[in-house]
Design a protein around this ligand. Structure first.
Ligand code: MF3
Ligand code: CO
Ligand code: CO
Length: 248
């Protein structure tokens, strides 16, 4: 069931989303060669605590970390570990904060130190695809309009969208209806209404779209070993322009 948020709900949800955006930015400032992802997860836990919130991911279906940290060819749900970041790596950080009974969900892929032009193009295209999708988050549109905008932009740029994971409604729960694929799916599509809060989150591979699941039960990688990027915002559908709740 799709939940429409009231003005009162939004008063509570806005700070959760702001906190998620703020924590993600602060984690980004700590990313540099030599840092381990375990250190980043500890910092994330502390930043979320200081913001007055709780990680929306820790313990979710048994997920063992406070943020998702996915390195290079890892697509999503990477696990914090003692491996150190190297110059030229890319690291996707996904941050979900629960505060006031609501959740904000936002992600971004960061460059460690510096990278080659092809890599920065992958990141730019993925972020741009997110905003192409956000621009379609208008009452009267359908979910498929968001999906199409993302898929067309990514594929015209020569990259591919992951099919196994999708965007979603978000609010009191991390994953609410509707699902928001990053590709056009056959069949009926939910109409967007003012008051919907949606996590839009393209996952884009430099190579082929296929993914594989690691034996740790969580980490998802590209099947062909190509790099993958992930950008996500929580967005409010209104009767006017969409509002990006996790923007800082
Ligand atoms: N952050 C993911 C999303 O954007 C969900 C992560 S679930 C976890 O929907 F269990 F891996 F944390
Ligand atoms: Co997320
Ligand atoms: Co999400």
């Amino acid at each position: 069931m799709t939940v429409l948020k009231t003005a009162k709900d939004l008063e509570l949800m806005r700070p959760a989303c702001k906190a998620a955006g703020q924590v993600l930015r602060e984690i980004g400032e700590m990313i540099r060669p030599g840092v381990t992802t375990l250190e980043l997860d500890r910092i994330a836990a502390e930043l979320i605590r200081v913001a007055g919130g709780k990680s929306a991911f820790f313990g979710y279906r048994g997920y063992p970390c406070h943020v998702c940290l996915s390195l290079n060819d890892e697509v999503v749900h990477g696990l914090a570990s003692s491996r150190t970041l190297n110059f030229g790596d890319i690291l996707s950080v996904d941050c979900g904060v629960a505060l006031n009974g609501f959740i904000g969900d936002t992600a971004r892929t960061f460059v460690v130190g510096g990278c080659q032009t092809e890599v920065s193009v992958l990141l730019e295209v993925t972020e741009r695809a997110l905003f192409e999708g956000i621009a379609e988050c208008r009452s009267g549109n359908r979910v498929v309009d968001v999906s199409r905008a993302i898929q067309e932009y990514v594929e015209a740029s020569g990259f591919s969208v992951v099919r196994e994971f999708v965007g979603h409604g978000v609010g009191r729960s991390l994953h609410e209806d509707p699902q928001i694929p990053n590709f056009v799916e056959a069949g009926s599509s939910v109409k967007l209404k003012a008051g919907m809060t949606l996590a839009i989150e393209p996952m884009v591979n430099a190579g082929r779209a296929e993914v594989k699941f690691l034996k740790d039960g969580w980490t998802v990688k590209t099947r062909d070993g190509s790099l993958s990027a992930h950008f996500e915002h929580t967005v409010l559908v209104t009767d006017e322009e969409p509002e990006v709740l996790t923007k800082v």
